[in-house]
Ligand binder design. Sequence first.
Ligand code: SHN
Ligand code: NAI
Length: 223
Amino acid sequence: MSDSQYVARPAYYPVFVDLTDRRTVVIGGGKVAERKVETLLSCGASVRVVSPCVTDAIQARADAGEIELHLRCYEEGDLAGACMAYCACGVPSVNSLCHEEARRVGCLMNVVDVPSECDFIVPSIVSRGPLTIAVSTSGTAPTEAKSIRRSLEQQFDDSWADYLELMGQVRLLVKERIEGSDETRRPYYEAASAAGWRERIASGETIEPEDAYRQACSMVEAR
Ligand SMILES: C[C@@]1(CC(=O)O)c2cc3[nH]c(cc4nc(cc5[nH]c(cc(n2)[C@H]1CCC(=O)O)[C@@](C)(CC(=O)O)[C@@H]5CCC(=O)O)C(CC(=O)O)=C4CCC(=O)O)c(CCC(=O)O)c3CC(=O)O
Ligand SMILES: NC(=O)C1=CN([C@@H]2O[C@H](COP(=O)(O)OP(=O)(O)OC[C@H]3O[C@@H](n4cnc5c(N)ncnc54)[C@H](O)[C@@H]3O)[C@@H](O)[C@H]2O)C=CC1
């Protein structure tokens, strides 16, 4: 361990943040900035990019009116109104200025090439409808996070999206129809979970929430 880059630090606190219509800012317009922009857009964030040059994909997002683009270098004030910002230009002096502004305006900062200057770091993500699996190595080995993400993508195929939608609908029916405490409802959720619906959905079947609900009820009654 002695020559490892790993430095013991308190664990990062993992959360899922609702960024819908919240302003985020990305300084820089290269491949790394592009990846951060795409993830932010997929989460409904409002994205401002500031960079003298940008990738074709970032330019296309701007042309489609999906991001606010300023084709120039970072200037103080660019982080105004942002709750999160990313500095992806790889220029140490700009990193420092952004970091200072972020501290001043109270916005969380990710400096893509300096983990120790990051208020938060970005995980590798598996997304299947309502299911999100976020993988982080705490900045130790990002390529390994990517490789774990790829193997999880094999394990959690697309059927998980429809399956979890169904589970959500059954849960609503249980909440509506089964009176009592969480404790009373728990066996229904456990029955739903054990019913094997995910495998059936994976083999192409469509399961109606009402049918699923009835099956869960008979499983509980049969106990
Ligand atoms: C700390 C963190 C900060 C942050 O960006 O939030 C960070 C930092 C750094 N990354 C570097 C390099 C690479 N990063 C990737 C890939 C990803 N990096 C991502 C996140 C993070 N990277 C955060 C920690 C994540 C964790 O906890 O594990 C992912 C998961 C998410 C995303 O970016 O969206 C995304 C995979 C997405 C996916 O495909 O699933 C690849 C591989 C590739 O691109 O194929 C390489 C090249 C190989 C290599 O160098 O290892 C360097 C060195 C730069 C240099 O030396 O020039 C630094 C700086 C340093 O470590 O000093
Ligand atoms: N965290 C991560 O996931 C990773 C981080 N990196 C690091 O991220 C940094 C960026 O990597 P790439 O996107 O590949 O680099 P790049 O060189 O393609 O992009 C840099 C971008 O910053 C812009 N820029 C330069 N000066 C600027 C300024 N003053 N204000 C605003 N924008 C400015 C450039 O126009 C360019 O669009 C590098 O330092 C690299 O080492 C690399 C791989 C992964």
